[in-house]
Design a protein around this ligand. Structure first.
Ligand code: SF4
Ligand code: SF4
Length: 240
């Protein structure tokens, strides 16, 4: 390297540093005049979108213990216990029914990865997202939220967004608004008159004149009184 080249090298270095320094100072000056984006949490609560995934809330009245959520949970962090109960028939002559009674529903939030699959698969809208996120604990065992605690989160679940104008009524709302079917009163044991051919399954051998009382003679169909239990169809009742 010649002596001239050796003197020019530091000058080039200074020429390269100066514009960078000026640019950096200009950026600092510009940023100083802008408002700060730093949130001083927990003194200043963060402004989160209303449908943030904070914690899962449970409406246990909607839960039928179908176990779909527990089966689909990739972390296996949903625990459900239930037992069966017999519900008596609503009217005389009806049948008893069996229903599941929820004993325990718990989510271990120390394992949950907030994927939302349990909420998506629940067919009865028993699980919902709440934006609440301040439930950190010192003891990891406290991250297991039981039914009562999950139910308390329901108060923080935002209302669903309004339907699009002109959209069809949701099926569950239509079903809830449908008038209940009247329960037919059970008829006590009674006697009906039935053609013998109908009882035995035999083909009638002759045509019956309209309105004529069957006699059983000459190929006419005979009738017999039979006793039936339960509903006796009244005249004019529609047959299924
Ligand atoms: S959000 Fe995902 S990981 Fe958490 S309980 Fe539901 S299904 Fe399991
Ligand atoms: S999927 Fe819904 S109804 Fe079924 S057990 Fe889970 S929360 Fe209950």
């Amino acid at each position: 390297m010649s002596s001239d080249e050796g003197a020019r090298a530091p000058r080039r270095r200074v020429n390269g540093i100066l514009p960078g320094l000026v640019k950096g100072l200009a950026t600092t000056a510009r940023t100083l005049t802008r408002p700060s984006h730093t949130a001083e949490y927990p003194d200043a609560p963060p402004s989160l979108p209303p449908r943030s995934r904070g914690v899962i809330a449970l409406t246990d009245e909607n839960c039928t213990s179908c176990m779909l959520c527990a089966r689909e949970c990739p972390d296996w962090c949903i625990y459900i216990d239930s037992h069966k109960e017999t519900v008596p028939a609503p009217a005389t002559g009806g049948r008893e029914r069996q229903r599941n009674v929820l004993d325990r529903f718990a989510i271990d939030f120390s394992l949950c990865m907030y994927c939302g699959i349990c909420i998506e698969v629940c067919p009865f809208d028993a699980l919902h997202w709440s934006p609440e996120f301040e439930y950190a604990e010192v003891d990891i065992h406290e991250m297991l939220h039981e039914k009562d605690r999950l139910g308390q989160w329901m108060a923080t679940v935002p209302a669903p967004p309004a339907l699009d104008p002109g959209s069809a009524e949701p099926a569950e709302v239509a079903a809830a608004n449908k008038p209940a079917r009247a329960v037919r009163p059970a008829t006590p044991t009674g006697t009906v008159r039935m053609p013998v051919a109908e009882l035995t399954g035999a083909e009638p051998t002759g045509a019956e004149p309209t309105g004529a009382e069957p006699t059983g003679a000459g190929g006419a169909t005979t009738v017999e009184d039979i006793t039936v239990a339960g509903d006796v169809p009244a005249a004019g009742d529609e047959q299924p």
